[in-house]
Write a new protein. Structure first.
Length: 80
């Protein structure tokens, strides 16, 4: 099973706009939220999906774009 493409909303929701207006530090979070649809476009996501091996075992795969953000953000915060 190949991972699905991640198609997150492009426009910030009202809740997100409220959060963004209060953030004073961690501007990387805002930047990544605003450009994630360009950074992880369909072509790049398909390229990332090539690393998956088809298998009917285990949990369904998570979109690689989401996994990439999970890796980037803790490194930015020096948690990893």
């Amino acid at each position: 099973m190949h991972p699905p493409l991640w198609r997150p909303p492009i426009e910030l929701s009202a809740v997100e706009l409220g959060i963004v207006s209060r953030i004073r530090r961690a501007k990387l979070f805002i930047f990544l939220r605003q450009i994630r649809h360009r950074l992880f476009d369909e072509q790049f996501q398909k390229e990332l999906a090539k690393i998956y091996t088809d298998s009917s075992k285990g949990h369904p795969p998570v979109p690689p774009a989401q996994l990439a953000l999970v890796v980037i953000l803790p490194m930015f915060q020096k948690l990893g």
